[in-house]
Design a protein. Structure first.
Length: 398
């Protein structure tokens, strides 16, 4: 097409814009959209050059992303791609104000920035998306007073057409990224559930529980056998019922802890003493926390500490509840073995660390569960103190 110096009818402008629309076809990437835009500015409008800039992520600069003309001798490649600060030059001013601009003679425009060579006229229009400038279409010409209001009208319409396509591409990309993130979260959630089942029904836990039951049966201690078997059954039912639950009530977790520690007490006898406090649960009877973590923490701590203890181990557990958060406090006090290395039993390495459950839960849910650990050893009497606090958000329904 020749220079649009003469008046163009509305129908002719519609034909030009139709050419732009049809040329896009099934373009699938933002890069393809931008290069198509520049090529059509040359082939349809007869410009000497055309450059498309996009605003960078920090919204400080315009960066040349596609060009057709001297800056693009072949393929999709720009020679010496220019970077213009927002507010500077013709394109920077358009990006700053969101208003199109025609410079009839660049020799009279102090902000003019020379790119590959000096040209006498320039036109720039903003590419708008959701009311914000995301880029600029720019063209320069060797003749002064080359660009007209007709050029401006057409380029504004072109910018609108391509902005719609860019919006479509970005929306599809966002959907794909969201779907991928959801898939990753689902994979982590599935992994967490499987690990939770493994932790709650670990072979070590089941084997030792059944061993203890068998021990009391062989001793013909019917009372302890039935008690152990009853508690063991309740724990299994609780674990299975909670497996698909994202949160559990503090009241139920307290009951689970009592059952679990009773089993451990039957196993270890005088080697283990415990106290369990419900704290201020009566003030917050509907308090809820994330599942899995409490049981995992206690199993980890008991297997670690009792195996290293030389005598009694004392464990104190309790909850402190507020409207927004729930603190679970554990304190273990024992005497370390005085001779030989303090090695954990082999099965301990198969237990998933309670910290790992917290990390995974924080990744797949916006829980922001926190933990604090304190350890202290007294060399004089060999006593060892370990304190763990987990801070949960209170997941009770308001």
């Amino acid at each position: 097409m020749n220079n649009l110096q003469s008046h163009i009818s509305a129908s002719h402008i519609e034909d030009i814009l139709l050419h732009f629309s049809n040329s896009m076809g099934d373009l699938e990437t933002e890069e393809e959209i931008l290069w198509d835009m520049t090529r059509n500015c040359i082939s349809i409008l007869g410009f000497e050059d055309a450059v498309v800039y996009l605003v960078d992520e920090n919204k400080e600069y315009l960066e040349q992303k596609a060009a057709f003309g001297p800056k693009n001798p072949e393929g999709n490649e720009i020679i010496n791609a220019l970077k213009v600060k927002i507010g500077e030059g013709v394109t920077g001013e358009v990006a700053s104000t969101g208003l199109p601009l025609i410079i009839k003679d660049t020799r009279t425009y102090k902000k003019y920035i020379k790119d590959d060579e000096f040209r006498l006229s320039e036109i720039a229009v903003p590419i708008m998306l959701e009311g914000k400038v995301i880029g600029v279409i720019d063209s320069e010409h060797s003749q002064a007073n080359y660009f007209t209001d007709q050029h401006l009208k057409i380029l504004l319409a072109v910018a609108s057409i391509y902005a719609g396509q860019i919006a479509r591409i970005r929306a599809l990309k966002s959907i794909k990224e969201s779907e991928f993130e959801r898939w990753k979260i689902q994979q982590k959630a599935s992994r967490l559930k499987m690990e939770a089942l493994s932790a709650q029904l670990s072979p070590h836990f089941v084997f030792n529980s059944l061993n203890a039951i068998q021990h009391y049966i062989l001793l013909e201690d019917k009372r302890k056998s039935l008690r152990f078997l009853s508690i063991f059954g309740k724990l299994l039912r609780y674990f299975m019922s909670q497996l698909s639950e994202e949160s559990v009530s503090v009241k139920d977790e307290l009951q689970m802890l009592d059952w679990y520690l009773q089993l451990q007490k039957l196993r270890y006898g005088e080697k283990l003493n415990y106290s369990l406090s419900e704290g201020n649960l009566k003030e917050f009877p509907h308090a809820r926390i994330s599942s899995i973590i409490v049981q995992s923490l206690i199993e980890n701590l008991l297997e670690e500490q009792i195996s290293q203890s030389d005598g009694h181990s004392e464990i104190e557990l309790g909850f402190h509840i507020s409207t927004s958060e729930i603190k679970f406090n554990v304190l273990i006090n024992n005497k370390k073995k005085l001779s030989g290395p303090n090695e954990n039993p082999s099965y301990f390495n198969s237990l998933t660390p309670w910290e790992e459950y917290i990390r995974i839960l924080n990744e797949i849910r916006p829980f922001e569960i926190k933990s604090k650990v304190f350890e202290e050893v007294n060399p004089g009497n060999g006593s060892y103190l370990k304190s763990v606090q987990i801070i949960f958000p209170n997941l009770a329904n308001p």
